[in-house]
Design a protein around this ligand. Sequence first.
Ligand SMILES: Nc1ncnc2c1ncn2[C@@H]1O[C@H](COP(=O)(O)OP(=O)(O)OP(=O)(O)O)[C@@H](O)[C@H]1O
Ligand SMILES: [Mg+2]
Length: 291
Amino acid sequence: MGSVVKTFGPITAVNGLDLDVPSGVCLGLLGPNGAGKSTTMRLLTGQAIADTGSIRVLGHELPRNAKAARAEMGVVPQLDNLDVDVTVEENLAVFARLYRVRDVPAAVDRALAIARLTDRRRARVDELSGGMRRRMLLARGLVHDPRLLLLDEPTVGLDPQIRTQLWSLIDDLRGRGVTILMSTHYIEEAERLADEVAVMTAGSIIARGRPADLVAEHAGRETAEVFGPAGELAALRARAEDAGLRVRPAGPAIAVMGSERAPDGLLPEYAVRRAASLEDVFVLLTGEEAE
Ligand SMILES: Nc1ncnc2c1ncn2[C@@H]1O[C@H](COP(=O)(O)OP(=O)(O)OP(=O)(O)O)[C@@H](O)[C@H]1O
Ligand SMILES: [Mg+2]
């Protein structure tokens, strides 16, 4: 998509967005609440229409050819919109027919296997646990064997164990060569799954690259966290910034980035030095505390 703008009345949700997702790549769209991630997804599915700019998905021009594009992409929305009073397999079969899949039973079996829901196929959706429902949403998005998968916050609000399960399912799909665009505001999710990360804030992308490259470019090699009384930390922050280092609050501490370049004696001995992380980059670029 190029130079895309989408407004809702006075709100500019997407503001001159340029984004391309190379084939076979898992791109993580990382941004705080309200950054415009879901709106971007909805533009790509044709559910929202851009005010200006151009959008192409799998060679199809949007919104004109949204239908053809939709046929080749799988969508897992941020909000659960499953039919609750039918079974897991009926849900999938409805979608398979909607997508005019040739062999519906085989497609249903395949999607169930990928989402590891084969043994729950005859359960009604409202009998599933929260994690199973999420896997079910993923299965539904995959039933027509799409080349491109859009995942909007695939693990939001899930407990860590279920989140890990979903990560391994998504990682499997990546291994099968499916192109994935995944929005998230969990840094760890992007770090684990994404080949490349695009940091989005206020409707546009402010940085993009492989996680390790973004870290090296924006945060340096090492970060030092210093705990102490607020007054001392403020003084240290001023000295570090005078020395050309970037500093951010980190809960009760401050984090001094690029600490490998700190002049001798600047940082106290009790500073905790660690490898620079994507979280450092995210907080630096968006000004938000990370989740
Ligand atoms: N249908 C709509 N009508 C009015 N405003 C909207 C609509 N959809 C989104 N917005 C606004 O557009 C902005 C971007 O919203 P969007 O849902 O794209 O953000 P997001 O990055 O997905 O956030 P989150 O992490 O909370 O899901 C927000 O200010 C939101 O209130
Ligand atoms: Mg969203």
